[in-house]
Design a protein around this ligand. Structure first.
Ligand code: ADP
Ligand code: MG
Length: 647
């Protein structure tokens, strides 16, 4: 035990990476570009930056470490500050979108890959850094892939790979029978993982449980049921291992408050079995010690570009086989473990792909292509991507940027494009914000943009009786704000709570997520600051507004959302106008759901695919508002743009 930072508090055995410390530091000094591999949990994320810090890498710049996920960036920074006995936010800090916990003094900076990409925009040489660690490169997140490509242009090829010693124990995997090739409804597998968890709890020896589900809603639902059922266990009779005397249920997902997250890493007290119910974040980014049992739902939430409807959709899909192996491996870190897969062999064979497709090959590239263009990468088709996305995805991005006036016919970034790239939002939303700003009414759009950037503020309890009550409350809120525009409802809830004396109580009563709303307040302030900076530019494109004030919000939205316009087709179905002509339906959570008869044109924020394709956060619009914009969806010849891109 030679240095406090090499050891976990609870045991004195150094982490595997410790044995390679001097070799690693030397290798980093000697090479421009280094690949470090080692088994999950060996200490790459938390230890390597500390080694570099000790070795003096902070003398002429910061140590920057990127993470694809915000929770990981925050949690790991907390952990490292703690291990180094330094204050978080001073020498060790983190920065994620809308949350900057760094100061001038910060020397070790954890951040999301998106944040570093923004820094590259401002300073392509990254001159404030002496070393950059791109973590979780194997996850192939879109931003990390792009960063690799950018760094590859600056540096030569990787010099060396150092292999960590494997240190895992066997994990016995079993298949269940609850999920087969035809099962995709999440209510089914949530119940099943809970059932298996309780079974493990009562019939297996001591050891903590880790459950993999796909998102916050499911996780909270599972925790609720678990909690309820665990209450009824009689520890004198029902439990096989008499040393087990209780169950501690802990959710773990991206937008959780960080003080709650900290509990996850604390060893459970004697006799208490910990049960962590997590998203995929627990598969690689965060390592929880003491896990002996894995319960794998077989699903993950993934952002996929749906080229049939031309939009990015967050959907629940089967994990890949390699992902399933990774999940199972989390049980074998300290002793032999068990992994309970709730799906059957047929599901494994027929539904699960071998490997996960990199994000760059499955999501919209609009934001990234604009970023690249602003960095001076004109030829976005021949950029050194790790895995090139399909050319049609790049073309689609170019087309969309052209439609937003972010690039011109020759593929050059316009003035507007330069403004757009400053916003950490989807380009369409950014376009709407800038439109409002140019009409000198940013206060109409900033709160809406903020509300759309945080997690869903409407609580959906899922429990049928409570759900009815929540729905009623939400409908009442919608009708209070005019009743026919989901964007306006968001705006009015924002303002109401901002000026309310007891917002938390009001939120509770109305089934509104108070914490999400609070983040929206902070996001709005930050977007406002960015916008304020841009408006100081002498060439900010102000314009006069000569329409009806009543329609102003929707007119601003049209500037960015004309790509998301649909026209009434047959009965309750609408047909999208983006050239894909997909059939969509208004989601039951929309205020327009019940009143579907009165309008022919709608604009929407996002799409949800279940048995049908649903559009969410909707408002009716008039055809005149988009009449001049819609032709843009077809006018541009993508081949022209692509030829320009290749020049
Ligand atoms: P790697 O990046 O190689 O997967 P990490 O550096 O994340 O490994 O983790 C190294 C060890 O530190 C793991 O055993 C993990 O359990 C422990 N650890 C990481 N974060 C925390 C934390 N917040 N609290 C307690 N232990 C932690
Ligand atoms: Mg790591």
């Amino acid at each position: 035990k030679s240095s406090r930072s090499d050891c976990k508090e609870s045991d004195s055995e150094p982490l595997p990476i410790y044995h390679h410390k001097s070799k690693l530091v030397r290798a980093v000094k000697d090479s421009a570009f280094l690949v470090v591999t080692g088994e999950t949990g060996c200490g790459k994320t938390t230890q390597l930056p500390q080694y570099l810090y000790e070795a003096g890498f902070c003398k002429n710049g910061k140590i920057g470490i990127t993470q694809p996920r915000r929770v990981a960036a925050i949690t790991v920074a907390q952990r490292v500050a703690h291990e180094m006995r330094l204050t978080l936010g001073k020498e060790v800090g983190y920065q994620v979108r809308f949350d900057d916990c760094t100061t001038e003094e910060t020397e070790v900076k954890y951040m999301t890959d998106g944040c570093l990409l923004r820094e590259v925009l401002a300073d392509p040489a990254l001159s404030h850094y002496s070393v950059i660690v791109l973590d979780e490169v194997h996850e192939r997140s879109l931003n990390t892939d792009i960063l690799l490509g950018l760094l590859k242009k600056v540096f030569s090829n990787p010099d060396k790979a150092s292999e960590g010693r494997r240190r895992t124990f066997p994990v016995k995997c079993s298949f269940g029978s609850a999920v087969g090739p035809k099962d995709t409804e999440s209510s089914g597998y949530v119940k099943e993982v809970v059932r298996v968890a309780l079974d493990v709890h009562t019939s297996e020896m001591a050891g903590d449980i880790l459950i993999f589900l796909t998102g916050q809603n499911e996780i909270e639902r599972a925790c609720d049921i678990l909690y309820e059922k665990a209450e009824t266990i009689d520890y004198r009779f029902d439990v096989h291992d008499q040393t087990v005397e209780g169950l501690l249920i802990l959710p773990l997902y991206g937008s959780m408050p960080t003080d709650q997250q900290r509990q996850i890493f604390q060893p459970s007290s004697r006799g208490i079995r910990k049960c962590v119910v997590a998203t995929n974040i627990a598969a690689t980014s965060l390592t929880i010690t003491g896990i002996k049992y894995i319960i794998d739902s077989g699903f993950v939430k993934q952002l996929n570009h749906n080229s049939r409807i031309g939009l990015d959709i967050l959907e629940v899909v089967p994990i890949s086989k390699s992902e399933a192996q990774q999940r199972a491996g989390r049980a074998g870190r300290t002793s032999a473990g068990k992994c309970f897969r709730i799906y059957n062999n047929d599901f494994w064979e027929k539904c699960m792909p071998e490997y996960t497709v990199p994000e760059i090959q499955r999501t919209s590239l609009t934001g990234v292509v604009l970023t690249l263009k602003c960095l001076g990468v004109h030829d976005v088709i021949r950029f050194p991507y790790l895995d090139s996305p399909e050319e049609r995805f790049i073309l689609e991005a170019l087309k969309q940027l052209y439609q937003f006036d972010a690039i011109d016919r020759r593929g050059k970034v316009t003035k507007l494009g330069e403004l757009m790239v400053e916003f950490p939002l989807h380009p369409g939303l950014t376009r709407a914000v800038l439109k409002a700003a140019s009409y000198r009414c940013p206060d109409l759009m900033l709160p809406v943009a903020a509300m759309l950037s945080v997690e869903n503020i409407f609580i959906r309890p899922g429990h049928s009786q409570k759900q009815k009550e929540a729905d009623e409350r939400h409908r009442a809120l919608a009708s209070k704000s005019g009743g026919m525009n989901d964007f306006a409802t968001l705006l009015s809830i924002f303002h109401f709570c901002k000026s309310s004396e007891k917002p938390a109580a009001w939120c509770k009563e109305n089934w509104i997520h108070w914490r999400a709303l609070k983040s929206a307040f902070s996001v709005e302030t930050q977007l406002g600051e960015i916008l304020y900076r841009l408006q100081q530019r002498s060439d900010f494109p102000f314009e006069s507004f000569d329409g009806n004030e009543k329609n102003k919000l929707r007119l601003c939205l049209c500037a960015g959302y004309f790509t998301n316009v649909a026209r009434r087709s047959i009965g309750k179905a609408f047909c999208t106008m983006d050239g894909h002509g997909s059939m969509v339906h208004i989601h039951p959570s929309s205020a327009l759901f019940e009143n579907e008869k009165d309008f022919d044109w709608v604009m929407f924020n996002d799409v949800l695919v279940t048995s049908k394709v649903y559009i969410r956060t909707v408002c009716p619009i008039r055809y005149e508002w988009v009449k001049d914009l819609l032709p843009k969806l077809h006018e541009v010849d993508v081949y022209e743009l692509s030829n320009v891109a290749r020049e």
